[in-house]
Ligand binder design. Structure first.
Ligand SMILES: C[S@@+](CC[C@H](N)C(=O)[O-])C[C@H]1O[C@@H](n2cnc3c(N)ncnc32)[C@H](O)[C@@H]1O
Length: 464
């Protein structure tokens, strides 16, 4: 195409322009994708095979973003979302799509990532059908909502996609009901007591975020105020009301995270009232859970995920298992009775303290956790003479660190399960891992219905 033609096409598109668009497929973020004059156009909420009238919301050099102005031809898989704001707030991209199709989409995301990164032999991988979640709503154990003033009132919720416009969420159907009841009650208390909430433009005010986590097994709730400073005005009145009005809240914490930072959590924790943790039970074990520690968001499906990790490892009594990126030790501890020893590492100190305490709590004497980066701790353990046969890794969405991959390729543990929540990083990591390992299968598991997020367990074995 000549430069002049390209230019003519660009000026033909502007914010607000409307045109009919056929949706060809869903992108990794769950947004509908169509092509307007050969340019990719992302339309949140639009489904494959639909024809919509799209209204452009953003023009970028390589693609367009648009919203649905009207649906001309509806997908037969379109369903009515339970949340009014499903199309407004970010994070519920698939709420319009029938659940069976959501499961297919999640498997397809894996296939697309493999196609993009092309790890060795990828065309022959056994990518299994996605395991469905038992509950498609009401499963999520943690609400982490920003708190701001919206139209003169205290609001708590999620941002609109690509913006800092907060959607005040009075309900949220994917959340466990008690997490939402707690958020709304606390919003009212903040409003009544006139506690200043954060203003990012002025970097003023105190309460930035509310994090509410509920234990699936015990019903205990932990409430954390994430604040702009260690000061919390009207603290005594606030804690009194929480105690009186919210009996399920057994732990109240404050996390201090000053300034306008992209990170939600800061380093400093202050214990405000009750216990400093809540108790969760998974796989027949009890787990103490601190506010900053990671726990899977769908506890019921977590048991399925860990069972899949266990299947992929095929452990036996003489194995030493490394639980890398361990969180509070849920994977390693749930497998400890099947092996000789478990060693694990994790970067959040409170999580490691929880993991070691959780071992004691469950009378597990063959498991030990350490604070540190997997890529640094593992080589040290090697130098100290630790031999291991089995490895489970469960990294954040960014995937495995390069140094860790190098180490794994050197040590070559026989049994290796990769639990992944980032399909692009998984496919990228497999490119390197497959120089030594064979991908026996990839098992997708739906941990987060209504969202585009995918989780998978990969069974790897040494190449012959
Ligand atoms: C996806 S979570 C998995 C936690 C745990 N396996 C579970 O199932 O609950 C990833 C964990 O890795 C930790 N982490 C992040 N980077 C790390 C690193 N370089 N080394 C060790 N742990 C890390 C995070 O703090 C987080 O707890």
């Amino acid at each position: 195409m000549t430069q002049t033609k390209q230019h003519e096409q660009d000026v033909e598109v502007w914010v607000g322009k409307r045109f009919p668009l056929t949706i060809r497929r869903l992108g990794v973020n769950g947004h509908g994708i169509g092509y307007y004059k050969h340019k990719v156009c992302f339309v949140p909420g639009a489904l494959p095979n639909e024809v919509v009238v799209a209204e452009v919301t953003r023009v970028l050099p390589r693609y367009l973003e648009a919203k649905i102005h009207r649906i001309r031809k509806k997908s037969r898989y379109r369903v009515t979302p339970q949340d009014d704001y499903a199309d407004i707030a970010g994070g519920f991209e698939l709420e319009n799509l029938a659940y069976q199709q959501q499961l297919k989409f999640k498997r397809q995301v894996i296939l697309d990532s493999l196609e993009k990164f092309q790890p060795y032999g990828y065309r022959n991988y056994d990518v299994r059908p996605t395991i469905a979640a038992p509950e498609q709503y009401g499963y999520r154990n943690k609400a982490q909502f920003q708190v701001r003033m919206v139209n003169g009132k205290v609001a708590a919720g999620l941002y609109q996609p690509n913006s800092h416009t907060l959607v005040d969420m009075e309900t949220c159907a994917v959340q466990m009901p008690r997490t939402m009841e707690t958020v709304r009650a606390v919003v009212k208390m903040i409003e009544d007591l006139q506690i200043p909430v954060y203003d990012e433009k002025k970097n003023s005010g105190i309460i930035k975020t509310l994090a509410v986590r509920e234990s699936w097994s015990t019903g205990e709730v932990q409430l954390t105020f994430i604040t702009n400073s260690a000061k919390l005005p009207h603290k005594r009145d606030l804690l009194e009301r929480i105690e009186k009005e919210l009996p399920a809240v057994v732990s109240v914490m404050q996390n201090v995270n000053p300034g306008d930072t992209p990170l939600v959590w800061g380093e400093k924790m202050i214990h405000l009232a009750g216990k400093d943790s809540i108790l969760e039970s998974l796989m027949g074990l009890d787990f103490k859970l601190s506010a900053r520690s990671f726990l899977q968001l769908n506890p019921e499906q977590t048991e399925v995920l860990y069972e899949e990790a266990s299947k992929a490892l095929e452990l036996d009594k003489d194995d030493t298992l490394i639980d890398a990126y361990a969180g509070i030790g849920t994977i390693g501890l749930s497998l400890a009775s099947r092996v000789k020893a478990v060693r694990g590492m994790e970067i959040i100190p409170e999580a490691v303290a929880d993991a070691n305490e959780n071992a004691k709590l469950n009378n597990i004497t063959n498991a030990k956790y350490e604070v540190g980066k997997a890529e640094e701790v593992l080589p040290r353990w090697q130098k100290e003479g630790l031999n291991f046969d089995a490895l489970v890794v469960d990294p954040p969405r960014t995937g495995l660190d390069d140094q860790l991959i190098k180490q794994i390729l050197k040590v070559k543990p026989r049994k290796f399960a990769y639990v992944s929540c980032g399909m692009a990083s998984l496919a990228r990591n497999l490119r390197r891992l497959t120089s030594v390992y064979h991908v026996d299968y990839i098992q997708p598991i739906d941990m987060m219905p209504q969202t585009a997020r995918c989780e998978a367990v990969v069974k790897l074995s040494l190449r012959k």
